[in-house]
Design a protein around this ligand. Sequence first.
Ligand code: FAD
Ligand code: UDP
Length: 371
Amino acid sequence: MLDWFVVGAGFAGSVIAERLASQRGDSVLVIDRRSHLGGNAYDRLDASGILIHQYGPHIFHTNSDAIVQYLSNFTEWRPYEHRVLASVDGQLLPIPINRTTINRLYGLSLTTEEDVEAFYAAQAEQVADIATSEDVVVSRVGRDLYEKFFRGYTRKQWGLDPSELDRSVTARVPARTNDDDRYFLDKFQAMPLHGYSRMFDRMLNHPNIAVMLETDYEEIRRSIPARNVIYTGAIDEYFGYCFGRLPYRSLRFEHLTCDCEWYQPVAVVNYPQDKPFTRITEYKHLTGQNHPRTSLTFEYPCDSGDPYYPIPRQDNQELYNRYRQLAEQTENVRFVGRLATYRYYNMDQIVGQALAEFRRIQGEFPPCAEP
Ligand code: FAD
Ligand code: UDP
C-alpha cells in the first residue's frame, strides 16, 4: 500500500510530495489530470522555441528566506524585477500608480512624495468602512484614477464591479508616492533560471515518487490503495458540489508569435479601458531569452473553463467554510493549495502553505527511527 496519494502536481502537491519522499522516505504517487507537471506555473517551448507560460505570466516574488532556500534546492534563479504599464487614455503609464503616472497623466510636475500625497488626498473620497475593492481605491486616489485604471480592468477580470469584491483584490496594487515602478516590492524577485517545468522535474525526480499524468482522481481513487491523500484540486469538486458550486473565474489564453524581435517595452501591458482582453504578456522580458521572434499571450477572462481564480467575496467564503467543515471531518485526506483552500494565493504563499502542512504531518506521524 502507498503511503501517500497526492492529487495535483502544482506547487502544493509537488512540494508536499517532495518533502514526504525526501525527508521521510515515504512512498508517494502524484497524479494530475493535465499532461504535465507544474499546475498553473507550467512553462514550455512553443513552436518557435520561445519559452512561454501556458497559463499566463508567473513571476516569482517573496519576502520569505525559507521559501527561497527551499526552492533553490531545485533551481538556480535569474534576477528579474517585474514592471507593468497600463494603456490609459492613449499612453502607457506605470501601474501601480506612482508619481510618474500622475505627472504624465495630468501633465503635472510633482517632485516630492509630499506633493503626491497631497494630490491623492485632494482626490480621495471619504469612506467610513473600507470593505470593497472600490472603497480601497477611491479612498486612496479618488474616482478618476479608479475609473481609468481599476474599474474596467476589474470588471473584465472578475465579471464583477469592484464594489462587489472584497477589498483584498485591488489592495494587491497599492498606489505609491515615489517613482518606484516595480510591480512587486518583495526582497526576492526572480525567475527560475531554466523555467518552472525544469524546477518541477527536479522536485519530483525521486525514487520514492511515481507520477501519473492525464489521470483524474475520480478515475482511480478506488483502485489505488493509499494510507493518506493530499488533495490540491477544487474542494467543491471533491465533495461532488454537494452544497453547490464555488465560483471560480477562468481565463482563455491566446498565444501567438510575432515576426519582430520585440512587441512592447515591458513584460506585461494592462488594458483597463477599451480592449476585450485584460493584458498582453511578452515572455522574453521575463526569461531573458534571445530570439529574433517574440511570443505573446493575450488573456480573456471568462466564467467557464479551468478554475483559475477563487473569487474573494463574503458569500463565497461562507460557502467554502461549509466545504471546509466537511473536509475537516474527512479522515486521511488533507486539503492544500489554491483550489482546495479557496484562497487567492501567490506561488510563494502556496509553497509556504505546503511546507506548513508537511510540518503538521511530521508532528502527527513522527518518522520511524532508523533501525
Ligand atoms: P494549481 O497550480 O492549480 O495545481 C493544481 C493541480 O491539480 C492542477 O494541475 C490540476 O490539473 C490538478 N487537479 C485538480 N483536480 C484534479 C483531479 N481531480 N485529478 C487530478 N488532478 C487534478 N502567483 C505568483 O506568485 N506570481 C504570479 O505572477 C502569478 N501569476 C498568475 C497568473 C495566472 C493567470 C494565474 C491563474 C495564477 C497566477 N499565480 C501567480 C498564482 C499561482 O498560479 C498559484 O499560486 C499556484 O500555481 C497554485 O498552486 P496549486 O498547486 O495550489 O494549484
Ligand atoms: N487591477 C486593476 N488594474 C490593473 C491591475 C490590477 O484593476 O491594472 C486590479 C484587478 O482587480 C486585479 C487586482 O487588481 O484582479 C489584482 O491585480 P494583480 O496584478 O495582483 O492580479 P493577478 O496577477 O493575480 O491576476
